[in-house]
Design a protein around this ligand. Sequence first.
Ligand code: TPP
Ligand code: SF4
Ligand code: MG
Length: 289
Amino acid sequence: MNNSDDKTRFNTVARPNWCPGCGNFGIQSAVKKALLELDLEPHQVVMTSGIGCSSKIPHWLNVYGLHALHGRSLPVAAGIKLANHELVVIAEGGDGDGFSEGLNHFVQACRRNIDLTYIVHNNGVFSLTTGQASATGEKGFVSSSTPEGAIETALNPVALAIAAGATFVARGFSGNIDQLNDLVVAAVRHRGFAFIDVMQICVTYNPARGYKWYKERVYDVQEGSHDPADRNKALISAVEFDEDRLATGIFYQGDQNPYEESLPQLGTDPLVNQDIEGIDVRSLMAELV
Ligand SMILES: Cc1ncc(C[n+]2csc(CCOP(=O)(O)OP(=O)(O)O)c2C)c(N)n1
Ligand code: SF4
Ligand SMILES: [Mg+2]
């Protein structure tokens, strides 16, 4: 059997230990389906993550994986892509990981446009550390760190990504695997930084926002007259965030050369393939001392 006929090639022997009903299962399933649809082999894909329930995902996907530090999935992913730009690089993690600890990396990645896919499992809460409200937890959210209800305004990652210069910005829902699969396929095919904010159900620490709550509110922007090439309108749609109508789909997709294509050092071959045996840096070092 040709390996690409093996539809189980991204499965692992180990099974996820997420809570039954956790939205991370839906995201994992959508990513697997997308990698099959893209006809990729496990050795062509690298997944990095930070720390959190969501960030355990590389353990349960048969690709190269690096479970990095909290908030650091993006710089690790960027380093991997620059070392070998022939790899498909996907960074994943939670909202606490990406929008609190790692927020600066997120903004820099948006404007830098390295050819990566970044998928955030956004459940509005720090789940692994037992349920503190995160930067995307809604105002009034009662959690272990906000017993009287959160008093801060929630961060809007989709609007932030568009404003920061990201060239592919989408929002998905962990309960709509088919749509999420399409979004991941489009994100991986996109040339440049592709961000998908996934509204993820956490049945344990954010049970009020369960499957039914989202199902009554989500809709697909692509079903209307939305034009993802119009950045200004995409930003307006993203800023007009309405808790009672949650837009999903591709908000914005632009066309701009990825960062690595502007680096002459990477023009011929990936860095990992380049012969560095004959390079002598001693004269350069002497100039610096
Ligand atoms: C530098 C650092 N700070 C804090 C922590 C503790 N910590 C581990 S996971 C986590 C939050 C995870 O929340 P999120 O990224 O939203 O992931 P989730 O568990 O919700 O999937 C925190 C604060 C850590 N491991 N490292
Ligand atoms: S605590 Fe929440 S995010 Fe973590 S595994 Fe359970 S349901 Fe999923
Ligand atoms: Mg979280």
